[in-house]
Design a protein around this ligand. Structure first.
Ligand code: NDP
Length: 387
């Protein structure tokens, strides 16, 4: 049976992996809407190829380019934040949420409010909006399918089990490209070095998050909301081979793990086919070829991000949204060569120390906190007090 699909963030890395699977199974999917921020030509090309009904750019300044690139086609073009939310509100069988950053929150909330089934890659939306988003999911009967490889692994390991029987959930972390670097090398790390992930091919922002370990910090918060077993039952272990994507230990001391190639098409396929399975073009896992799986405790002295994130979710309220906003500003500044690598997490901690707000109760509250936290983080860009 053909199902309809909307891909928010279609021009990104997750978007490309999703569209690769759709391309291989053309009879299974009818593409409704594809979105981007400003990659108008790429978006138009994809919209034409997949016969999308709508193409939306977040940046209104890019609408003319999109219209030009779509001329002569039947694809409807629109632009702006409200257009993204309108696109996400249209009824489809599956919405893939793959916009990067808190910019994806409004559209994710729009998909939730129509009670949709959402493959959620956009972790920043859940980190920032936490309880506001999960309450909306429950209120509107929406379904969130975790697409992040770790959370998808946990979701699979929990299948058929009871959350009350969970003793511990272990998120695995590759440790990123700078895992073995000295303090001195970390201070001098360049954007090119930080985005050169050894196992995964991803967008620039998540690649930097992976290098600082903030990605694992965000995932710790994400796991807390998706799998409410209590913070004391969540832990992180560094596993450089990225073969085990995460594990669930039960109270009988049985541990279930999900293994697979380091390719996002595996967890995306798990979401697209859920609750069934679909074929992917990937090679079978060659464990003898891999040879060795190793595990280490995170080094929070050199990579403090997981500690900062854990403290933020323990504090609760507005802290996770502030953490996420400051991190987005800091990562963008690093990628723009305005600050050094070690200053990313320093800026996040500094912002959390200088700005606080009451716990958000609505989407508007979260977006307000996000905007204010960004302003505080930008101030510290001008300060020389941080290394
Ligand atoms: P990319 O940077 O590759 O792609 C981001 C997408 O979002 C692009 O389509 C981009 O459009 C769009 N976008 C960016 N900013 C805005 C905005 N302000 N408004 C609307 N659209 C916007 O990111 P990834 O695909 O790597 O990551 C997407 C999300 O998935 C992130 O939250 C990430 O943490 C998560 N994720 C990614 C994984 C991966 O392997 N890549 C793994 C697990 C989770 P444009 O091209 O026009 O800029």
């Amino acid at each position: 049976m053909t199902r309809s699909i909307t891909i928010l963030g279609a021009t990104g890395s997750i978007g490309a992996s999703t569209l690769d699977l759709v391309r291989r199974n053309p009879d299974d999917w009818q593409v409704d809407t594809l979105t981007a921020n400003c990659s108008a030509h790429e978006l138009a090309k994809l919209a034409r190829e997949f016969g999308a009904k709508h193409a939306v750019v977040g940046d209104e300044a890019c609408l003319d380019d999109l219209r030009d690139a779509l001329s002569g086609s039947d694809v409807q073009a629109s632009a702006g934040v409200q257009a993204l939310c309108d696109a996400a509100s249209r009824p489809v069988d599956m919405t893939v949420a793959a916009i990067v950053g808190c910019a994806g929150l409004g559209p994710v909330m729009a998909a939730v409010e129509r009670g949709g089934t959402i493959a959620l890659a956009n972790k920043e939306a859940l980190v920032s909006a936490g309880e506001v988003l999960t309450a909306a999911v429950a209120r509107h009967g929406a379904t969130l399918l975790p697409t992040d490889s770790e959370h998808n692994a946990i979701f699979q390991c929990l299948s058929g089990n009871n959350l009350d029987d969970v003793a511990r959930i272990t998120l695995t972390a590759s440790g990123g490209p700078l895992r073995t670097w000295s303090d001195e090398q970390l201070h001098a790390a360049t954007p090119t070095q930080a985005v050169a992930h050894p196992n995964w091919s991803m967008g620039a922002k998540i690649s930097v998050d992976s290098a600082t370990m903030m990605n694992k910090g965000l995932e710790f918060i994400e796991a807390h909301h998706l799998f409410p077993v209590g913070l004391d039952k969540l832990r992180i272990v560094v596993h450089p081979q990225s073969v085990i994507h995460s594990m669930v230990e039960y109270r009988d001391r049985s541990t279930l793990a999900q293994l697979g190639p380091s390719d996002m098409r595996v967890p995306i396929a798990s979401c697209l086919a859920w609750p069934k399975r679909m074929k992917t073009p990937l090679e079978p896992l060659d464990l003898a070829g891999i040879g060795e799986l190793s595990f280490f405790a995170p080094d929070e002295a050199r990579f403090p991000a997981t500690r900062i994130a854990r403290e933020a979710i323990e504090a609760g309220g507005a802290a996770p949204a502030i953490l996420n906003a400051a991190n987005e500003i800091a990562v963008a500044a690093f990628l723009d060569s305005q600050i050094g690598f070690m200053r990313i997490t320093a800026m996040v901690e500094d912002t959390l120390g200088r700005y606080s707000a009451p716990a958000p109760g609505s989407l508007e509250d979260v977006l307000g906190i996000d905007a204010e936290a960004r302003a505080f983080a930008r101030q510290s860009l001008e300060s020389t007090a941080l290394v």
